[in-house]
Design a protein around this ligand. Structure first.
Ligand code: PLP
Length: 470
């Protein structure tokens, strides 16, 4: 591609993205295509000769866009959000333009040093303990894997990756922990059978005394408890495991405490939400995703550790071809995780933090929480709806309940979710809480306003009325 074509399409694409962000509301939130429909429109073989950009752009709009589910739609209430923002998008453009691969300090000193700085900014914004140090990982799943690997190494005195496991190591998480915990336990070699799910209380938070009992029982059997994973903001209902008591138990038994705050961690920017971090002094590691609720394009997961030495001892390796004269003086982030090659993710975070400022981000998060509180009140006030979990952040768990039996309620709520999503006006997803089919209203998109939340509620109520007449 020549320079002028690049410039021409560069401008066109920025115009397109600008209009897209403005008009995304006009698209159906969820892609309206059937399995295989997009695949059928794509040729089996790559072109032998290069094609003009104009044709590529047309195919992007004509073939790809109809198969896109619009995460940036203001009526996105599914899963958790993955919100982006204009400053983050612009930074991604620069990152792609520079095309730097930032594996070590020497391969882009600015990337390494900026990462140190933005991680320190985030640490202080969230009120994490002083001295914790951070690096950017791709996702929370990877961050938890990194924590489990570090915990495994510490529990085996940094010998297991040389000699293999001698004693079975055990891991503990609440029964509401994210599925990545199970996946990571398997990958990290603990074995699925050595993961203990700890029961939760009426608010879906881990019961510390049950954790203590489980650890003691394993010790009595000659096993070595290695890691506890507490969650702040569980995936199903954003429950908060009590860090203080859990941390005390971890300290007593010498177990690594990892905290998964993938979605809800962003809320710690609000002083009024800091309570959730009470006990943070016990944390060995902590992860939250700016790519979920802090306006930063996917992917960007902020991972913090109390003892970077334990992390580095787990991952470092020194091949001749990567040695440099400054290794003793700098941070080589290749030693802080699994991958060698690294994207320059700190740039988008820097743009977001500077462009919004701490106050801008606080205002954004507060507004989302207040819209969830508004929705919660509507649920509570309606005779045929009920809340199924507390609402500490911006997720509301609820269901239709007109008094019929549990099995029928599960069926009608599943139908209700399908009806609501079939309108293509809004998109919600579900979970199961204590066997109850639960609708999740996850608020967190950058452009979501009260009118969008109201629209979702109206659609839900109208659909439920229609269904109840059937
Ligand atoms: N942990 C929790 C509590 C989550 O809610 C999620 C995703 O929603 C994850 C981990 C996984 O996040 P990621 O997609 O960054 O791996």
């Amino acid at each position: 591609m020549d320079k002028e074509t690049f410039r021409e399409f560069g401008y066109k694409f920025v115009d397109w993205v600008t209009d897209y962000l403005e008009d995304v509301e006009k698209f159906p939130v969820m892609a309206r295509v059937k399995p295989g429909e997009i695949r059928e429109k794509l040729p089996d073989e790559p072109p032998q000769e290069g094609e003009p950009m104009e044709r590529l752009f047309e195919d992007f709009k004509g073939i790809i866009l109809p198969g896109i589910t619009h995460w940036q739609h203001p009526c996105w209430f599914a899963y958790f959000p993955a919100n982006n923002s204009p400053p983050s998008i612009l930074a991604e453009l620069l990152t792609a333009g520079i095309g730097a691969q930032c594996m070590i300090w020497q391969t882009s000193p600015a990337a390494a040093e900026l990462e140190e700085v933005v991680m320190e900014w985030l640490r202080s914004m969230l009120g994490l303990p002083e001295g914790m140090q951070g690096c950017i990982q791709d996702t929370a799943s990877t961050s938890t894997l990194v924590a489990l690997l570090s915990a495994r190494e510490r529990a085996t005195n940094f010998e297991s990756n040389e000699k293999g496991l001698k004693v079975p190591l055990t891991v503990y998480a609440s029964e509401e922990a994210h599925s990545s915990v199970e996946k990571d336990v398997k990958i990290a070699g603990y074995g699925r059978e050595n993961l203990r799910y700890i029961p939760t209380d009426e608010n879906f938070a881990m019961i510390p005394s049950e954790l203590d009992k489980a650890i003691a029982a394993d010790k009595a059997k000659g096993m070595k408890p290695a890691c506890v994973i507490a969650t702040i903001g569980t995936t199903s209902s954003t429950a908060i495991d009590p860090l203080g008591p859990i941390g005390e138990i971890c300290a007593k038994h010498g177990v690594w405490l990892h905290v998964d705050a993938a979605f809800a961690g962003t809320a710690a920017v609000l002083p009024e939400k800091r309570d959730m971090l009470k006990g943070a002094q016990y944390m060995d590691s902590f992860v939250f995703n700016p790519h979920k609720w802090m306006l930063t394009n996917f992917d960007c997961s902020a991972y913090f550790v109390k003892d970077p030495g334990a992390l580095i001892r787990t991952f470092e390796i020194h091949p001749e071809y990567l040695k440099t004269g400054v290794d003793a003086k700098v941070k080589n982030f290749r030693d802080w995780g699994i991958q060698l090659g690294r994207r320059f993710r700190a740039l988008k975070l820097w743009f977001v933090l500077r462009s919004y400022g701490v106050e801008g981000i606080q205002e954004f998060v507060r507004k989302q929480i207040s819209m969830a509180q508004m929705f919660k009140k509507w649920v509570e006030a309606h005779e045929n709806f009920e809340l199924l979990a507390p609402v500490p952040f911006s997720l509301v768990c609820f269901r239709y309940n007109d008094g019929r039996g549990e099995e029928e309620l599960n069926q009608i709520n599943e139908k209700l979710l399908n009806e609501v999503n079939n309108t293509a006006e809004v998109f919600l997803t579900h979970t199961s809480l204590r066997g109850k089919y639960t609708l999740r209203m996850a608020i967190g998109q950058r452009t979501t306003q009260e009118r969008h939340v109201k629209k979702a509620w109206d659609i839900i109520v109208e659909s439920s009325e229609r269904l109840s007449r059937e």
